[in-house]
Design a protein around this ligand. Sequence first.
Ligand code: HEC
Ligand code: HEC
Length: 331
Amino acid sequence: MRIFKSSWFVAFSCLALLPALGATAAQDAGRQAADSWTPPAWAYPVMDEGRGRGPDDGTLHSVEGSDLQLTQTQINDRFAPPDWYPDEHPPMPDVVAHGRPPLVRACAQCHMPHGAGHPESSSLAGLPADYITAQTMAYQDGSRKSLVAARSASMIEISAAMTEEEMRIAAEYFASLPPVKWITVIETDMVPETYVGAGNMRHAEPGGGMEPIGNRIIEIPENSELAELRDSHSPFMAYVPRGSVAAGEELATTGGGRTIQCSVCHGPELKGVAQIPSIAGRSPIYLARQMFDIKHGVRDGANVALMKGAVANLTDEDILNLSAYLASLEP
Ligand code: HEC
Ligand code: HEC
């Protein structure tokens, strides 16, 4: 296990406290529910049958502020995804811009040239380089998986074919990028009807009505057409249940008797410390998946041991509330 430059001692002292919290009512409820538990579909989007893209009709697409004109086939090129605004980020290393056929797909295809990513993948901008490298290695050595295989399949395939040098180069690029505000969190009772389309992205159903949000986070593009063009100026909205942001804040800042204050390890503004990643202002459905994956033992790796104690006693509702709160913060 690696030694963190800071937080190390504090983190371990806190972990030692965890068993003392004992079994809580929430934990018992969690155990009873465990038999019938399935990973919540809102957090793990997988394309609905028959909702893929139609054939490319050859139309040239463009976005405001860019001179490029590209067909949908070019936009979805695994080895040359669009870079609509090349002046807005440092030059991309080859592995980020083009990957290495046949298996190493360009990182920019899913994580985007500015590293903000889409909710079904993840943001990478500004994460610690050592953390990013460690994660690609964890996908490669099989320790990081997902409760829903479709959510980790591409990273497992890509990282299996990567060299350590490529991992380091890609990591340094994304670590150098400033994280951008990319998600607006909206508390609500009702949400648009949605479907999961090509590339596993959730969208509002065209001409659809409204439905109760229930115990879900519904994260969709502000503009589905632009998001489909992989426009890095096209952000996301996350509808969350009323009261969830305050409930998440309470838990994150006090531990609520079920967990440890997140800031102990993730830093005072939750923007990360040393090798520990930022959890502020990132996709709430991404963050929720990670907490479920760690809690249920499919995401492992040397440093995950520190997180296991923090998620062990959390209920599904706690994870939803924490994700809503974290996404609402400045990245
Ligand atoms: C086909 C889409 C796709 C491509 C291409 C892709 N990724 Fe990913 N990446 C994902 C998905 C999906 C996830 C995980 C989401 C989850 O766990 O639910 C992910 C997660 C990650 C994470 C974990 C982030 C975190 O906060 O822990 C890292 C690191 C990462 N990718 C690096 C890379 C690098 C480096 C490349 C280029 C070599 C790359 N990815 C290419 C889809 C992609
Ligand atoms: C004892 C230290 C510790 C505490 C306390 C802690 N975390 Fe973490 N957390 C970590 C470490 C270390 C990682 C990265 C694990 C790895 O390297 O794979 C992590 C990763 C995560 C991730 C995944 C991030 C990503 O990019 O994939 C999320 C989400 C997260 N923590 C949420 C929380 C929340 C919410 C809290 C408070 C309730 C919390 N953590 C408290 C140490 C901690």
